[in-house]
Design a protein around this ligand. Structure first.
Ligand SMILES: [Zn+2]
Length: 64
């Protein structure tokens, strides 16, 4: 049985209805979160890459 109750956005203090059954957030917040995660990725990626390169260098040194 399917619940006929409309889904509400999971974002704190937001009570907007979710458009599709599969999404957790309303249109506004899903867009918001997508752009935020993009920013986070852009900030974290160089750090992660740097750490990998640094770790690889360290590994190479130990190997030699
Ligand atoms: Zn929302």
């Amino acid at each position: 049985m399917k619940a006929s109750k409309p889904k509400i956005c999971k974002y704190p203090k937001c009570s907007k209805e979710v458009k599709s059954d599969t999404s957790l957030f309303c249109i506004e917040h899903s867009r918001n979160i997508k752009s935020k995660s993009k920013v986070v990725t852009n900030k974290i990626l160089p750090i992660v890459l740097g750490a990998i390169i640094y770790g690889a260098k360290d590994f190479m040194k130990k190997k030699e």
